[in-house]
Design a protein around this ligand. Sequence first.
Ligand code: AP5
Ligand code: MG
Length: 190
Amino acid sequence: MLNIVIFGAPGSGKGTQSERIVEKYGIDHISTGDVLRAEIAAGSELGSTAKNLIDNGQLIPDELMVSILSAKLDTLVGSKGVIFDGFPRTIAQAESLKRMLNERGQDVTVMIELDVPEEELMTRLLKRGQESGRADDNEETIKKRLVVYHEQTSPLKEWYKKEGKHCYINGFGELDRIFSDIAAAIDSRI
Ligand code: AP5
Ligand code: MG
């Protein structure tokens, strides 16, 4: 089983590169942001809780997020592995992911960190906001998302370094070059 955590700030290219990883390695993709946006679109109770937090650039509470992820993992049948996109986002989530995978006789294979300068993140997200209308892609909310990333999520780099899973990728530049660096990192771990 190939379990990949794709990690990085808002706009670092997690979703974009996940699509390519899915195509090359034939694994499943779980994007917690996409799961939450689907709940919002469906008008569920979870969706309305999530909408307030997402629009304000804040994280959904760990306990709720872990139960969503666990339910999602249970729906996968005959999977060759998973790319986790946007999860974990806190140390508590990383510990839960480790436990959930261990319970299933698995582990994280590699954590790929996409590093992109902050100015570029802002440029990409403002552009996508104009093109797609994603509600949290406005300057005020992007700034809050970046603060949350630095305070709550970036400590995971050290956590995964200690686990021996961390792999740094320069996420600024050509899509093809970034993908080939990611593929080389994955291939070196399998
Ligand atoms: P989520 O949907 O995960 O958003 P995010 O982390 O802010 O990241 P994005 O999806 O905006 O960016 P990305 O890294 O996927 O980049 P992309 O490939 O799209 O989460 C949204 C919210 O949900 C959170 O704020 C939180 O509230 C909540 N949430 C989700 N998971 C949670 C969790 N585990 N716990 C608690 N709360 C959670 O690329 C961005 C743009 O750049 C695109 O337009 C793309 O075309 C472009 N682009 C990509 N690569 C390049 C490149 N190399 N050069 C130029 N442009 C590029
Ligand atoms: Mg994304």
